[in-house]
Design a protein around this ligand. Structure first.
Ligand code: GUN
Ligand code: ZN
Length: 428
């Protein structure tokens, strides 16, 4: 048994609707971990006397202890694509991404990128992510094997693409279906691993591949579906041209049974009124990728609109269109995107989004994104004063909200003191 002592912060509701009642903060708190789960959460003074002899107490005071962060969309094959110059989506895909993704056919390469990615996510305090692998089934196999070795709760899938990509990066409707099905049978629900059926986007799938993806989703309703939509005007025009019979871009996914409550729809920047309605009716999740949307010049995600339309929103890095592995940095950019639209996002709102908010969007809030007893012990320990700039700025912070806003605005992996995965310290 292990207990972590520090300032506990977590959410039981959404601060945008529940205000101050949404968060729990324990100034001198104790988090008791046992068997990979959180066993007790509360005041150190009350819990310390109850601990069995021999319990290891890790004193993280005065640092913050929060649920591990959750990243709802990123690409494992793009860890060496991040920071590629001068292009918007379609050119960027062809010029950089599809070139690097071909290397995943090489023996050992998916393993190498996966190890790098998981090291970097954990160093950034991220303990769960929804991950696109490459078209090669062995890329998903390598990813899940490494995630299982580390006991991280991860969602991943083999990308399906059968057109508009280099021949070396395409499967066929039939092999995409069969290989995905085999991966689902092998990995979905094994330990902490979960599968996402992953047609990359309508542009790179034929109607037959979309149909079989929908069939796979119907056959495995507890798997996720992850894809891209309404990111960039040229992409939208191309998708509409390829699927002239569908009402709109969302209609394409709808027509093939790919828009449901487990669908993680990347970007949604240019959703129309009709499309927001379809999302709300289906319960589909709009995945906001701030650093990517700015880096690729894709546009400004309308957070207030999504909320107004009662659409669930998740947030994500979208590595390597995105430019940071840190969910803190991601939320700093989210704040600026909202500012440009006259919207605002409090520090509590941001920290909620990357913990409980994303857990709710993924339907995993009974397991992760919280410090409630009975949930999985994925935890991040944060030092808001880790950098000179932040320590200096915090000299004038008057309360918790101000301190957290500094953390969210200036913070990144440098603020991560420790990350615990199922109760064990990562990288220790
Ligand atoms: N749309 C289809 N594939 C991708 C991708 O890899 N990254 C981003 N940002 N958008 C996409
Ligand atoms: Zn993406």
């Amino acid at each position: 048994m292990r207990a972590l002592r520090g300032r506990l912060l977590w959410f039981v509701d959404d601060p945008e609707t529940a205000g101050e009642a949404a968060h729990r903060y324990v100034e001198d708190g104790l988090l008791v971990l046992s068997g990979g789960m959180i066993q007790a959460t509360g005041e150190a003074a009350e819990l310390l006397p109850t601990l069995p002899a021999g319990t290891e107490i890790v004193d993280h005071r005065p640092h913050l202890i929060m649920p591990g962060f959750i990243d709802a969309h990123l690409h494992m094959p793009q860890t060496q694509v991040i920071a590629s110059y001068g292009a918007q989506l379609m050119e960027w895909l062809n010029k950089y991404t599809f070139v690097e993704e071909q290397k995943l056919a090489q023996q050992g390469h998916p393993e190498k990128l996966t190890r790098f990615l998981l090291d970097e996510l954990l160093a950034s305090g991220t303990t769960t992510a929804a991950v696109y692998c490459s078209v090669h089934p062995q890329s998903a196999e390598a990813f899940f094997a490494e995630s299982e070795r580390r006991n991280t709760r991860m969602i991943a899938g083999k990308v399906m693409m059968d057109r508009n990509a280099p021949a070396a990066l395409t499967d066929t409707a039939e092999t995409g279906y069969a290989d995905s099905k085999a991966l689902i049978e092998r990995w979905h629900g094994r330990g902490r691993q979960l599968y996402a059926i992953t047609p990359r986007f309508a542009v790179t799938s034929t109607p037959e591949q979309m149909r079989l993806s929908g069939q796979l989703a119907a056959e495995h309703p507890d798997c996720y579906v992850q894809t891209h939509i309404n990111e960039n005007q040229a992409e939208i025009a191309f998708a509409r041209e390829l699927y002239p019979d569908s009402d709109d871009y969302t209609g394409i996914y709808q027509d093939f049974g790919l828009l449901g409550a487990k669908s993680l729809m990347g970007h949604c920047i240019h959703n129309t009124k009709h499309e927001w309605r379809a999302f709300a009716e289906a319960g589909a999740v709009a995945v906001f990728c701030p650093t990517s949307n700015l880096f690729l010049g894709s546009g400004l995600f309308d957070w207030a609109r999504a909320k107004r339309e009662c659409v669930r929103v998740a947030v994500a890095t979208d590595i390597g269109g995105g430019t940071s592995y840190s969910m803190l940095r991601t939320m700093a950019e989210a704040y600026k995107i909202l500012q440009l639209q006259g919207q605002s996002l409090s520090a509590f709102g941001s920290l909620h989004a990357i913990t409980r908010g994303n857990a709710v969007a993924l339907g995993l809030d009974h397991l992760i994104g919280t410090l409630e007893p009975g949930t999985e012990a994925d935890v991040v320990v944060l030092d808001p004063a880790a950098t000179r700039v932040m320590a200096h700025r915090l000299e004038t912070a008057r309360d918790l909200a101000e301190e957290l806003f500094v953390l969210v605005t200036l913070g990144d992996e440098r603020n991560v003191v420790a990350t615990y995965v199922a109760g064990e310290r990562a990288g220790a």
